[in-house]
Design a protein around this ligand. Sequence first.
Ligand SMILES: [Zn+2]
Length: 406
Amino acid sequence: MTSSPPAPDSDLQSPSGGGHLPDTAAPGSQAALRRANRRRVVDTVRSQGAVTQARIARETALAPSTVSSIVKELTACDLLAVEPDHGGRRGQRVRFSASAGYLVGVDVGHRHVEVALADLNLEIRARRRSELPAGHRAQDVLAEVRETCSDLRASLGIAPDRVLHAGLTLPAPVDAQRRALDSDAILPRWAGTDVRALAARLLDCPVVVENDANAGAVSEHALGAGRGVADMAYLKVAHGVGAGLILGGRLYRGASGSAGEIGHITLDEGAGLCRCGNRGCLETFVCAPAVLDLVRTSGQHAGTVADVVATALQGDPGCRRVVADTGRVLGSAVAQLCNLLNPELVVLGGELGQAGDLVLDPMMEAVDRYSLHGDTRLRIVPSELGAGAHLMGALILARSESSLPV
Ligand SMILES: [Zn+2]
């Protein structure tokens, strides 16, 4: 074997036959080089989704002929598939084969859990959502997730070993190893549990655990309102309030994984107690129970924030005022975020975002008032992925961590 440094496009030999990929190779050998090149092609499809061979060649700096040869080889093994490009441009797009493997996404909220089974193209084949009791326990929820996964797999005729990886999101900070909760203040009955290990054992596949707002940021950045944006924040407003930060095009988790806990910045030391133990956190003013309380005092009854938003959109003055006030409080917190990080975009997730200008205009006014010189470049927009943002983030993270047979 030659020891000269391998040129990226030096391997032009034909694939040695469909369906077989050598899984061991001496370092520096032709086989090792070809395997490294296969990995680069697959990683491009993994990060970009359906993509032309020309684009793969540009991204990987491999010769088009090498890309073409590798795509043929991986298509023969049923890892990749080639489809016509419907965008009207010449060429075909390369994506994962629909049967190359499957991913599980799990979104755990304060009062719900949703489980999805998707293929490697992130197309959800089956999903199920169920309500959870307040103060749920990790063991109980994960046992339910296991049952749901098993049902979803059975309904699609997918064997257990075809599930390659799972992603699980939690409405609380997750530690730097993406293993367990970083704090016992939120979801106390999940604290102290090695969530990643327990979920991996129950689901019988590797698992990545992530904070739900971080997952929302990842999905909106990859597929939603934040496509192509380098610096953005995703704001989750639900039972709890959190932010996921994308800085320089990458998720920013901070030193211990708890970056973006905007829900617990102090707005008023003299205000009500927060579940974190402090007083007057942002969350105590804008979380779903707080919004519903405000509506109740105006004489309306609403069961969910979605009801409040729908009533506001129909013109009810009490609900409109509650939505606007909530937007103003959120905006004052976003102004602090802007002073610190100067994002280009803030994506408002959760049901509140569906109120459109009723919530976004007061938010923007508060940002203008409280941020340094007003932030003229900042845009605030509703989530494009809506209620599925966290689940899709879980699937994206699972795909990015999955070990593919390359
Ligand atoms: Zn708090």
